[in-house]
Design a protein around this ligand. Structure first.
Ligand code: ADP
Ligand code: ZN
Length: 610
């Protein structure tokens, strides 16, 4: 293949190599921009198809595309998947033996590689830099680009090497990609990577196939078991917990109830962790119970659910972790059970963790917004997207609040008191001080600032401290009050606040956590034209896929994705030519796998039957 495709156009290459007939969303715009020598920032949700944005230009341009990707463990998978599509790709990292490194260099120099993956820490190795200097690079792609920002939730100092590399290759097109960056982080990425003047290609961060549900934690593990059994029996999923011990215990508990479950956390021995991850990628129907150590770059497309048994520490983490569900676009669930105890535990972790006071307040502010989201009464999708700076009309119909509106109370008067307390104290305090004022507590600070003389002093005694905290969190989460993260989590009024103060706009807030567990809604979108015969055929294709994958020591989805198998069942191709039209079947897979699937399909769904 080598450099023979340089004159092809993007759409025909997409069809021939990847088996897809059209680009999605902003893919084509990004590709044309990069083909023209431009750099850019690409904001696209998980599963949106970021990889093609740099893979297609790298294949079309002369030279070699260098891809910076954060996890060594996953480079191999990515490279394997490319090779299955007939693309000459390799990775370069510390796991390679000296001889293997030499071979990669030789191939690169001989022009026999189109894509080379490297970890950010590899970029600073002098040997590697010398090697790069002699190569005809076509582009530089930076995956998970939010890791370069200290504003982001996942800053990695090694990413600063990318910024250095950028300076050594000033003319080289740079494609920075991320699926989680709120507006501050987006600006920071652009500054650090020298992309101030480059365009941003933003897709909606919405993940329409994910159903969101948040519930109060009572008997957490039982609730989890109930959720998995009723909605996701036999599916692959990830359960996130806060501690290593809890990962072990929860995995044991689920295994004891007949589920295939494994733990994964940073305290495990590396080899065992790797084994568990491999099993998760290669097997179907496994539940991984993990701390956040698991998941970055996990691109198993058919993870059907992500469950949080503890509150994540920010909405970015929540969005990124839940985003690992349903990358294949099929229905998937994000389920979370939280309690106020989680909040206390997280606050302690933040306080005793590293970082200076300013950093801790930033992290604390993010946690408050996370909690506000959990308590929100409106559409979850709307609230989540708003955090990323995106407007959504609400009423998505695929979140718990839309499907079963929660019980609320008329908080108009309380909101007015809270907001006027913010206004009268000069819009520069956080919830703690504001609540002292509302409750009429003469603390040293209140006295020192003269706040005991304000008209709002002591006007809020009808609510308890805990309830006031909930009011402030919910007002902030609903964007009725602005949180100044740069000003350390202090509150400011925004336009919406004035609507409440001046125009008496009504405010409904979620009732305080009551002890009655709400019945889980059990609806699950079922594809309409799908009957038992289809399901049986799908199963036999899955079996074939697993067998072929095992023989080749590959994860099953590298052979074909679920979505591709599903299309085969629905379209029932009866020839290789028809197979070639199924999305996800490119030239290489047509040759290597399609005949076996065609045969299996004809056995499972004989022509003439229905
Ligand atoms: P991301 O990196 O943004 O999470 P990927 O690049 O892994 O997403 O793509 C997600 C899935 O969508 C992959 O299975 C990929 O093959 C598929 N995909 C990407 N672009 C297209 C397209 N234009 N048509 C059909 N499928 C696509
Ligand atoms: Zn909704």
């Amino acid at each position: 293949m080598g450099s023979s495709m340089e004159n092809a156009d993007p759409v025909s290459l997409l069809k021939r190599v990847f088996g897809y007939s059209s680009f999605r969303g902003r893919q084509e715009a990004v590709i044309r921009h990069v083909m023209g020598g431009g750099s850019c920032l690409v904001l696209m949700p998980t599963g949106g198809g970021k990889s093609l944005c740099y893979q297609v230009p790298a294949l079309l341009k002369p030279g070699l595309g260098l891809v910076v990707s954060p996890l060594i463990a996953l480079m191999q998978d990515q490279v394997q998947a490319l090779r299955q599509n007939g693309i000459p790709a390799a990775f370069y990292n510390s796991t390679l033996a000296a001889g293997e490194k030499d071979e990669v260099r030789r191939l690169a120099r001989a022009g026999e590689l189109k894509l080379l993956y490297a970890a950010p820490e590899t970029l600073s190795i002098p040997d590697f830099r010398d090697f790069l200097d002699g190569l005809p690079l076509s582009l530089l792609a930076v995956d998970e680009a939010h890791c370069v920002s200290q504003w982001g939730h996942d800053f990695r100092p090694d990413y600063l090497r990318v910024a250095e590399l950028r300076q050594s290759f000033p003319g080289l097109p740079l494609v920075a990609l991320t699926a989680t960056a709120e507006p501050h982080t987006q600006d920071d990425i652009r500054r650090r990577l020298g992309l101030e003047a480059a365009p941003v290609f933003a897709s909606s961060f919405d993940r329409p196939n994910i159903h969101y549900q948040v519930t109060l934690k009572e008997r957490g593990r039982e609730q989890l078991l109930d959720f998995i059994r009723s909605r996701h029996a036999g599916h692959s999923g990830i359960v996130y917990v806060l501690s290593r011990r809890k990962a072990e215990e929860t995995a044991d508990f689920l295994s004891g109830r007949g589920l295939a479950a494994l733990p994964y956390h940073a305290g495990m021995e590396a080899a065992q962790r790797q084994r568990h991850q491999d099993r998760f990628l290669r097997e179907e129907g496994l539940v991984m119970v993990a701390t956040i150590a698991f998941g970055m770059g996990i691109d198993k497309p058919n993870v059907r659910f992500v469950a949080h048994l503890d509150l994540p520490k920010s909405l970015e983490s929540y969005y990124q972790e839940t985003g690992r569900a349903g990358r294949d676009g099929e229905p998937a669930s994000a389920w979370m059970a939280y309690s106020l105890g989680d909040v206390v535990q997280l606050r302690q972790m933040i306080q005793s963790g590293e970082g200076d006071e300013a950093r801790k307040r930033l992290v604390q502010g993010k946690l408050n917004l996370m909690l506000g989201f959990a308590e929100a009464v409106g559409c979850r999708r709307q609230a989540l997207l708003r955090y990323f700076g995106e407007a959504h009309p609400g009423g998505c119909g695929r979140c718990d609040n839309c499907l079963a509106p929660p019980r609320t109370w008329d908080a108009t008067v309380a909101a007015q008191k809270a907001l006027s307390c913010v206004a009268r104290t000069g819009q520069r305090f956080g919830a703690g001080h504001l609540i002292d004022v509302l409750l009429g507590r003469e603390t040293e600070r209140v006295a020192g600032l003269g706040h005991a003389r304000l008209s709002v002093f002591g006007v809020g005694k009808e609510l308890k401290e805990k309830q006031w905290y909930s009011v402030f969190r919910q007002l902030a989460a609903a964007d009725l009050l602005a949180v100044d993260l740069e000003g350390y989590g202090t509150f400011r009024l925004n336009e919406n606040s004035w609507g409440i103060l001046r125009k008496g706009r009504e405010v409904q807030l979620r009732e305080d956590p009551d002890r009655k567990a709400r019945r889980e809604s059990r609806q699950e979108a079922a594809p309409t034209a799908w009957d038992e015969g289809h399901a049986a055929a799908f199963e036999s294709l899955r079996e074939l896929r697993l067998r072929l994958a095992r023989e080749r020591n590959l994860p099953p989805y590298v052979v074909f994705h679920d979505a591709t198998l599903r299309e085969m069942v629905l379209r029932r191709p009866s020839s290789l030519a028809e197979m070639a039209r199924v999305p996800g079947v490119g030239e290489a897979k047509l040759k290597n796998y399609a005949p076996a699937f065609l045969e299996a399909l004809q056995r499972a769904l004989p022509p003439g039957g229905s």
